[in-house]
Design a protein around this ligand. Structure first.
Ligand SMILES: Cc1cc2nc3c(=O)[nH]c(=O)nc-3n(C[C@H](O)[C@H](O)[C@H](O)COP(=O)(O)OP(=O)(O)OC[C@H]3O[C@@H](n4cnc5c(N)ncnc54)[C@H](O)[C@@H]3O)c2cc1C
Length: 390
């Protein structure tokens, strides 16, 4: 069945059910929800809605993980969020959410736990790291100071010369983001959700102040609620209804090698390189020194330079083959914090846009489902509402 046929079929079933559904109270798991975007946030919300028995359709104009998610480093952490306690707390719950998802039936999730090891060069950077370690430890987060000997014990394959002072966060981990989206969508489909790709949403259908569905290039789909989880595409969709959603982006470059033998059990945040190993053995690395060009320049040359930097710490990488270099665009809400919740101007319109979305996906997914299906306001999200930009 092609995309047009799939959408026509969906539209027909919508019409057939339309009158019965309109008689239902617009709360409860009978709700028909369209999720725009099949990045990690749309997949998470779609999966959580499907678990609750909602009638879910997930649309993406390109395909799963086609936006920021597919190009993400996908480090699951709260230790880098020490500047805001509520935001830190949300990320910590996100990490716990991945562990909960790991226990659930369905397609396996490509997670690697084992923690993250940091060390810095120079007194100022070392002190900053120690300060944020102190802050998150004070909030009950697992973390400890490590010296050069401890770093070498934690990372036996890694060269860490001298006696650096660093930090180890043992609860943290990573996930392979495109594979995770595929697994979540597979789980959602098993629970009855539909996924339609490519299906670009070009407008939202609103009547009497209530969202009624979406308009795609291939026709309309009706819905009791619509979730905008379209990453950088969210701003235009929301703005078309007068809902301000200030977003910016910044490029992030990653090099991915072909699969390597086991080298790392943990993530490495060394002075000039950030390195992790995926479930299938690939090394993924970035370097802040290569982001200044705004993603311009020859990606292959940038990839080789990033890999050469990583090889200073992992000499085994010196001659390893590069599989691909990705230049992703981070989704950055205007004030840096997640934008999650119902828009005030249009009933039934829910927005979920964020940076750190890979860490946050499980908790945003679950609570979005609760808010959409139960009419409950989850107060832990109150600092992150779209209405703060109105
Ligand atoms: C280089 C880089 C490194 C990162 N590192 C980390 C990290 O270590 N840890 C972490 O937690 N986060 C990290 N992030 C951030 C994280 O990847 C993002 O916050 C997250 O992927 C956002 O997911 P999303 O689903 O909201 O958006 P996206 O992944 O961008 O998905 C949005 C989807 O919506 C679709 N879409 C857009 N418009 C429409 C439309 N009109 N109709 C239909 N579909 C549409 C797009 O095709 C896309 O697939 C990183 C991001 C980048 C780029």
């Amino acid at each position: 069945m092609d995309r047009r046929q799939a959408l026509q079929l969906l539209a027909a079933s919508t019409l057939a059910l339309g009158s019965a559904r309109s008689a239902l109270a617009a709360v409860g798991s009978s709700r028909k929800v369209v999720v725009i975007g099949a990045g990690i946030i749309g997949a998470a919300i779609g999966y959580e809605l499907a678990k609750r028995g909602a009638d879910v359709t997930i649309l993406d104009r390109t395909g799963p993980a086609a936006g920021a998610t597919g190009d993400s480093f996908a480090y699951l952490n709260a230790s880098t969020k020490a500047s805001s306690r509520p935001y830190f707390g949300l990320n910590w719950l996100g990490m716990a959410g991945w562990r909960a998802w790991q226990q659930e039936p369905g397609a396996a999730l490509p997670l690697r736990w084992g923690g993250a090891v940091y060390w810095r060069e120079g007194a100022a950077a070392t002190q900053l790291l120690a300060a944020s370690l102190g802050t998150v430890r004070g909030w009950g987060y697992a973390g400890r100071a490590v010296d050069g000997a401890a770093i070498r014990r934690l990372l036996p394959s890694v060269t860490a010369t001298g006696d650096p002072q660093g930090a180890f966060f043992p609860e943290e981990g990573s996930v392979d983001p495109a594979e995770a989206v595929a697994a979540l969508l597979a789980r959602a489909r098993q629970l009855g959700a539909r996924t339609v790709f490519p299906a670009e949403v070009i407008g939202l259908v609103v009547a009497s102040g209530q969202v009624r569905g979406v308009r795609t290039r291939d026709g309309e789909l009706t819905a009791d609620a619509v979730v905008i989880a379209a990453g950088l595409g969210s701003g235009a969709l929301a703005q078309s209804l007068g809902v301000p959603l200030p977003l910016t982006s910044s490029p992030g470059i990653l090099v991915h090698t072909r699969p390597q033998p086991p080298l790392l059990d943990r993530l490495v945040f060394a002075p000039h390189s950030t390195i992790r190993q995926t479930v299938d053995g690939r090394i993924v690395s970035s370097s802040s020194g290569h982001e200044g060009g705004g993603g311009s320049g020859d990606p292959a040359a940038i990839g080789r330079a990033i890999l050469a930097g990583a090889a200073d710490y992992l000499p085994q990488l010196r001659d390893s083959a590069i599989d691909r270099v990705t230049i992703g665009q981070r989704v950055l809400p205007g004030d840096g914090f997640p934008i999650v919740g119902f828009a005030s101007k249009v009933d039934g319109l829910y927005v979920a846009v964020t940076h750190s979305g890979v860490t946050l996906a499980p908790v945003l997914g679950r609570w979005a489902a609760t808010e959409i299906l139960d009419g409950i306001r989850v107060d832990l999200l109150d600092g992150f509402r779209p209405t703060r930009f109105s």
